[in-house]
Design a protein around this ligand. Sequence first.
Ligand code: AMP
Length: 403
Amino acid sequence: MNIFVLNSGSSSIKYQLFRWPAERPVCSGLVERVGSAQATITHQVFDLQAPANPPAETKLTLPLADHEAGLHEVVRLLTAAPGGIIADPADIAIVGHRVVHGGETYAAATRITPAVKAEIKRLFALAPLHNPANYVGIEVAERVFAQARQVAVFDTAFHQTLPERAFRYALPTALYTEQRIRKYGFHGTSHQYVAAQAAAYLQKPDARLITIHLGNGCSMAAVRDGQSLDTSMGFSPLAGLVMGTRSGDIDPSVLLYLLGPLGYTAEQVNTLLNKESGMLGLTGSNDMRDIGAALAAGDARAALAYDLYAYRIRQYIGAYTAVLNGLDAIVFTAGVGENDALVRSRVCENMEFFGLNLDEDKNQQRLPGLRELNRPESRVKILVIPTAEELEIARQCADLLSR
Ligand code: AMP
């Protein structure tokens, strides 16, 4: 059964094709600058018989008017001989869509119906940067893969198990009951995937875990019994940790100060907090590789930024250990979490009280797959688990439709 996983952004399309139940994708790709005359497609085909072989890669630069044109081009690549993966778009049985916001309506993967589409549309107001692009992806996929079953997997769904004390803000009740202002949490598919991997590795289904997703966006979750009990992002993906370009937690009075005495418009504040803050605001770069290099060269701004980044994570580890009443493992994942040894080292420094004891030699090794980085005497396991959101989406699609 072919499952096509689609992540449709405002000007990009990310995709992976799974020949289920194989958990490795047969191909993956990225379409960028959709809507321009210089759009690009990077399409990789993997040799599942010899996974160590490098993928066969096709790179194209071409005009793509819109997402529909982009997806048609992807279909052309999927069906092109030689190396064609499918003979016809009708060979795709399921399209699994990553949808960022499912509000309070969706706690699991959901078959897309007109009512589901209407709800995703209603949630545009809560996720103006993401849901409209996800919606376009659904509409286009319904036309291009007309025979396939379309499934939505929501980034918020995993966090629907948060207790009310964790998801409510101390605002007048009507703002929750009438306007649905509350913590939703994001990156749910990633937290769910790595938490399940960790629990399986520990052979402890009821493990108390703190999952730490550090990519361009960063978030943490407190997970027990495979359920999310709290998470650091909130009403939007702006809250919590210091991120590549997002500020994370900030006193809301700063916004009022910007909007009032400093004369910013709401749009400027939005841009400032989402696109110009975080590591970019602190250092001038949002890429940890650049910031790590600057730090190594003695740059004081980079040093402070690393400190702040790790300090915030450590604060959340403390908070979530209290939420969980103990801790079996912390899990690092995503671009920074999987690759940046210095971040992991800073996070685990002076955390003996919390039972974290990092083996610095293991931390420095670059190995693929799940890794355990703690010393044998560490009370808490320190794990690196590569995230695989597309695989998790494919898995949830297959589960949903086998029921
Ligand atoms: P993601 O959102 O998971 O794709 O993560 C993207 C981020 O991961 C990039 O912005 C980089 O800051 C970071 N990253 C990727 N590779 C490395 C690396 N080798 N060392 C440190 N950071 C990395």
